[in-house]
Design a protein around this ligand. Structure first.
Ligand code: 7PJ
Length: 274
C-alpha cells in the first residue's frame, strides 16, 4: 500500500499501530514545546518497540466525549506531526473525521487518515484523501461518541457492520480514493455492547470477503475489563489475547497502547499463522 509515496507492505507480517493521544488528558495544551518533545519521545519508543505506524489524535473519541473546534485540533496535532516527520521513520496516521484537519495534517507529513466516522462525519473527507493520495482507514461507528453507548442495538451486528463498511468503501472509491489505499475496521467499542464486540471478534473472518486490509482496535477497551473484571491499566494480557485472535482471523494491523507486549504477541502469532 502506497500512502503519499511511503510504502506499507501488508500480508507478510502484522503491523502494530501505536496510539499517540495529544488531547488535554495527556498533554497540557496544544503545540507546547514540552508536549511536542514528549510526543516525539513516546513515538520513538513505540517505534523502537516495533510499531510501524503511529496514530496521532487530537480529539478524544471516548464514550461521552464532546467535539473539539478545527483550530484547536490543528494546534494539537500539526506541531506533533511535523516533529515526528522530521525525526522518526514511521507511517503517521491522523485520527480525525474533519476534512480540513486531515488536509493540513497530510500536508504536514501524515500518510494516512483514520476516520472513525467512515466518511459520514464530513462530506469533504474523501476528496481530500483522494487528492492527497493518502491511505484511508474507514472505521464503523453507530451514532456519535456522545451518543454511541446509549443502548446500541443490532439484528446481526456482523452483517450490519459489514454492510455499512462496504457502503463506505463504495463511497470512498466513487469519490476517487484508490481501492489500494483503503483499510477497514469494524470499530470495536463504537456503538457496541460487550456482547457485540465479542461477536464481531468471534466472526471477524466475515470481513475478509470485503478484500481490504483489516485493522482492529481492542486495546484496553471495556469489553476486556468486562470479561476479566480488571481496570484499564490491567488489561494488557487481555488485549494481547484479542490481538492474537484477530491476527489468526485476518487482521493486518492492530492499534494498541502497549506496543512492546503486543508486538511480541503479534510476532509469535505471525510465526504460527502466516
Ligand atoms: C479506535 C480508533 C479503533 C480505529 C479509537 C480507544 C478509543 N480508531 N480510535 N479503530 N479506537 N481505527 O482507543 O480506546 O478501534 S479511540
Amino acid at each position: 500500500m502506497n500512502c503519499r509515496g511511503k510504502t506499507l507492505t501488508l500480508g507478510d507480517r502484522t503491523h502494530v499501530m501505536g496510539i499517540l493521544n495529544v488531547t488535554p488528558d495527556s498533554f497540557s495544551d496544544g503545540g507546547c514545546y514540552l508536549d511536542v518533545q514528549r510526543a516525539v519521545a513516546h513515538t520513538r519508543l513505540m517505534v523502537e518497540e516495533g510499531a510501524t505506524l503511529v496514530d496521532v489524535g487530537g480529539e478524544s473519541s471516548r464514550p461521552g466525549a464532546s467535539q473539539v473546534p478545527v483550530d484547536e485540533e490543528l494546534a494539537r496535532v500539526l506541531p506533533v506531526i511535523r516533529a515526528i516527520v522530521g525525526s522518526v521513520d514511521v507511517h503517521i496516521s491522523v485520527d480525525t473525521y474533519k476534512a480540513e484537519v486531515a488536509r493540513q495534517a497530510l500536508e504536514a507529513g501524515a500518510h494516512l487518515v483514520n476516520d472513525i466516522t467512515a466518511l459520514r462525519g464530513d462530506v469533504a473527507m474523501a476528496s481530500v484523501v483522494a487528492r492527497m493520495e493518502a491511505g484511508l482507514i474507514l472505521m464503523h461507528m453507530k451514532g456519535t461518541p456522545r451518543t454511541m453507548q446509549h443502548a446500541p442495538q443490532y439484528d446481526d451486528v456482523v452483517s450490519e457492520v459489514r454492510a455499512s463498511l462496504q457502503e463506505s468503501v463504495r463511497t470512498a472509491e466513487e469519490q476517487g480514493v484508490s481501492a489500494e489505499r483503503i483499510i477497514i475496521d469494524p470499530g470495536i467499542g463504537f456503538g457496541k455492547t460487550a456482547e457485540h464486540n465479542l461477536e464481531l471478534l468471534k466472526r471477524l473472518a466475515a470481513f475478509q470477503s470485503l478484500n481490504k486490509p483489516l485493522l482492529i482496535g481492542t486495546s484496553r477497551k471495556s469489553f476486556i475489563g468486562n470479561v476479566l473484571g480488571l481496570p484499564i491499566n490491567e488489561r494488557v494480557e487481555g488485549t494481547a489475547a484479542t490481538v492474537c485472535w484477530a491476527i489468526a482471523h485476518g487482521a493486518d494491523i492492530v492499534r494498541v497502547h502497549d506496543v512492546k507486549a503486543n508486538v511480541r504477541a503479534a510476532l509469535m502469532t505471525d510465526a504460527l499463522y502466516r
